[in-house]
Each structure stands twice: as C-alpha cells, then as structure tokens.
Design a protein around this ligand. Structure first.
Ligand code: NAD
Length: 235
C-alpha cells in the first residue's frame, strides 16, 4: 500500500513509518518539523516539509495517490495551546478537516487518526469531566468553551460519549491510571458506552502511567499493540 504519514518526523509518527516500511509499504511523510526531527525520517522516505493546513498538501495527494493516511501531525503542547489558541485550532481542527477533504476528493479509502484523550475520544462527557481534570486542563477547557454552568449546550455538543452510535470504525484506547489531566474514568465511561452500542475497540490501561506514555515498558507494549491494530484494521 501507499501510505501518507502526517507528523511522521514526530514521536509516534516516526515509529509508525518504520513499522510500515518493515511490512513493505511505500511511505511518504508530511511534516513541518515544528516539533519533529528530520533525523527520525528514515532515508528513502520522501519528506514533504510543510504545514498540513497549506494548499501544498492537496498537491501531494493529487500527485501521489495514496491508499491510506495515518494522521499524527498535531500541536500537542498544552502551554503552547494556551499561548496561541488560534494556532492550536488551525493545526488540530482545520488541518484535520483539510486532510479529510483531500481524502474524499482523491478517494483515499483509509484514514487513521491519532489523538490525545484531551482532544477527542478520551474526554467522554465534558459536562462531568470538566471538574475531574487538573487545573491547567480545566482552565484550558474554560478558555475554549466558557464555564459549563453558562454553556452546558456547548459542553454537551462536544461530548463524544453522547455520539457513540455514529462511530463506525474500531478504536484503540490507551490510558494511564494515574492521569491527572484526563481522568481514567473518562475512558471507562467511553468503553461502557462502546460496549452498549456493540462497537469494535481495544482498551488498555497502564497502572503506573500518567498523562502520555513515558514508561519504556508501557511504550513497548503500546507500539506493539498499535502495530497490530494497524495490521488488523488498516492493511
Ligand atoms: N506521545 C504520547 O504519549 C501521546 C499520548 C496520547 C496521544 N498522543 C497523540 O498522538 C499524536 C502524535 O503525538 P506525538 O507524541 O507523536 O507528537 P509529536 O509532537 O512528537 O509529533 C507531532 C508531529 O507533527 C508535526 N506537526 C505539527 N504541526 C504540524 C503541521 N501543522 N503540519 C505538519 N506537521 C506538523 C511535528 O513537527 C511533529 O513531527 C498527537 O495527536 C498526540 O496528541 C500522543
């Protein structure tokens, strides 16, 4: 298969690039190197160095004709998100929407989306989770969406747990039991709802992990499961 990995010079994206190469796939990377490292892109892999939001990303789709896109490019830092929320929105929301538009236009059948629990699926009911996270997370949410006591409809609208019936692709959910920012109860509630709706998913909780996966043993486990997930559901 011909696969485009966005953010392929980053932490998770570069591991995925290597895994795809080991399986004999043809891989290209789009990365603006804002936090990624060019040294992480294996030689022989074409690196398109630009912002996923730019018009050039459409040209890459038109020329290369991909079978699948694995979307790892993101602005991931919470402090950066608080300093420049517009940039955060542009890359994480508009950039993702642009890529989905290219996939539709150039008939790319498969799209794999990696995201933080703080972004999409982990924070399952924002009306309750708002009070469970740490102060930074709470302030970040309030900055973006106002206080829930005034804006409960916005919080309801942004809560994936209320929209689980519409999910029609498998999810891989990994969570640290010690996560202070996105409470582990969030993923438990989401899993309950996925089960009730008979959805396909894999779910792993790391007992000694906080927000993000840092422990080397957990990381090895995570990448092994991620590779298998891609084998089962993408290739
Ligand atoms: N690392 C973790 O523990 C972890 C945990 C949960 C979720 N995630 C999610 O996985 C995804 C990847 O995370 P990561 O840890 O690999 O992050 P990372 O910062 O290492 O990688 C992101 C990559 O995207 C690139 N990038 C950023 N903005 C771009 C843009 N506008 N155009 C093109 N390239 C751009 C960066 O240069 C970088 O190479 C993110 O959505 C993140 O929230 C990561």
């Amino acid at each position: 298969m011909k696969v485009l990995v966005t953010g392929g010079a980053g932490f998770i994206g570069s591991h995925i690039v290597e895994a795809l190469l080991r399986r004999g796939h043809e891989v290209a990377v789009v990365d603006d190197l804002s936090s990624g490292n060019i040294a992480h892109v294996p030689s022989g892999v074409r690196l398109h160095r630009f912002d996923i939001c730019s018009a050039r990303s459409g040209e890459v789709f038109r020329h290369d004709g991909f079978d699948a896109v694995i979307h790892c490019a993101a602005q991931v830092g919470v402090p950066a998100s608080m300093r420049r929320p517009q940039r955060d929105w542009k890359v994480n929301v508009l950039g993702t929407a642009r890529l989905l538009g290219h996939c539709r236009r150039y008939q790319v059948a498969k799209f794999v989306f990696l995201s933080s629990g703080a972004a999409v699926y982990g924070d399952s009911d924002l009306r309750r989770s708002w009070a469970m996270g740490d102060r930074t997370g709470r302030e970040d949410l309030e900055r973006q969406m106002g206080h829930p006591s005034h804006n409960v409809e916005v919080y309801r609208f942004g809560s994936p747990i209320l929209d689980v019936a519409r999910i029609d692709r498998p999810l891989l959910i990994c969570h640290g039991q010690e996560d202070q920012r996105v409470h582990p109860r969030q993923s438990e509630e989401l899993v309950d709802e996925l089960l009730r709706n008979d959805k396909a998913f894999e779910y792993f909780v790391y007992s000694d992990e906080g927000h993000g996966i840092l422990n080397p043993d957990n990381l090895r486990h995570f990448f092994a499961r991620l590779e298998r997930f891609l084998d089962w559901h993408l290739m």
